[in-house]
Write a protein that binds this ligand. Sequence first.
Ligand code: ADP
Length: 378
Amino acid sequence: MILIVDDSPENIISLKKVLEKNDFEVDTASSGEEALKKILKKSYVLIILDVQMPGMDGFEVAEAISGYSKAKETAIIFLSAATADVTLITRGYSSGGLDYISKPVDMNILLLKVKTFYRIYEQSRALNEMQITLRQEIEFRKEAERKKDEFISIASHELKTPMTSIKGYIQLLERSLDKNDKETIRTRLHKVQNQIEKLNLLIADLLDISKIESGKLKFNKQYFSFDETLDHIIEIMQQSNPQVKIVKNGCLSREVFGDEMRIEQVIINFITNAIKYGPDGEEIHISSEVRDQEIHFSVRDFGIGMSEEHQHKVFEKFYRIEETSERFQGLGIGLYICQEIIDRHNGKIGVKSTAGKGSEFYFNLPLSPEKEAIKILS
Ligand code: ADP
């Protein structure tokens, strides 16, 4: 928008008419004081400023606005008597464009100048926007690089831990073999197997992440008995974690249409976390039921819990709660993968939690839209 400042109404009218005819938006002020008030409130691309005005003259207005942040990009064209001193005109105004036109105004020259200033303004605005976008892009790539480095360092550490244990157990196994101590050999072999299983899970998670990134996580959906799958998981997890008591409530009594292995992966992840972030000796409550045309499944623990601010962030990739990340090992990708799996089943994943009291991780899966997808067991 252009601001015309002139004490003569005739000048204002004629300038306004020409500019508006050429599709410029125009505002007007009939004194320096009025112009300053307007410039404080609005940003103008250009001010056409009469030099000789009673009260505040054009120089004083220019001098005053040179300090306004709103007018930093604003150009000024002074309208002056032919005799005016050019050095005087440029006085006090250092930022933005500056030009002058002698009176009587040649409208063609004025229009040329206005158009030039507008073009410069548009170009500098485009440049500014480009600069902002570039800066954001650079910051994002840094940030991304830092996250990647951090992840690689955590992942290497996580992979190294079971590796070191396996190495240690194998050395001990050699000794037990020398002594032909079968009982100890069996126990140590079992421990090696556990560590290999941990490595397996870590590598599987890492592979899943890269599949999600490249859109290659595939699902093999079929009918399966949710209750049987769940019972099987609970049996195995209870056996390998005798320090907790896994309590199961409810059942679905339905076949579910989905990728059994992937749904199993989500359930195992919930229970593994409940064991990891819950205290030994406490119970873990597992519930499944059909409610409002949906399958509701949840795993409740009585462990460290988390405050509200973390509750939606824990499903983000690589997110680990900082205050507890030193105490518990992990990569911060399990729940991210779970979310992807549940999303791809058109379900909903979430957590309800209170810091210090425990967490309840849940997912809901729709019975519809494909009603035929879930058959009621006879
Ligand atoms: P990981 O446990 O390997 O770090 P997850 O993606 O499974 O990765 O979990 C992300 C983060 O969410 C964990 O680092 C932890 O801070 C938090 N979290 C997950 N489950 C629980 C739970 N049951 N209780 C408290 N915090 C949890």
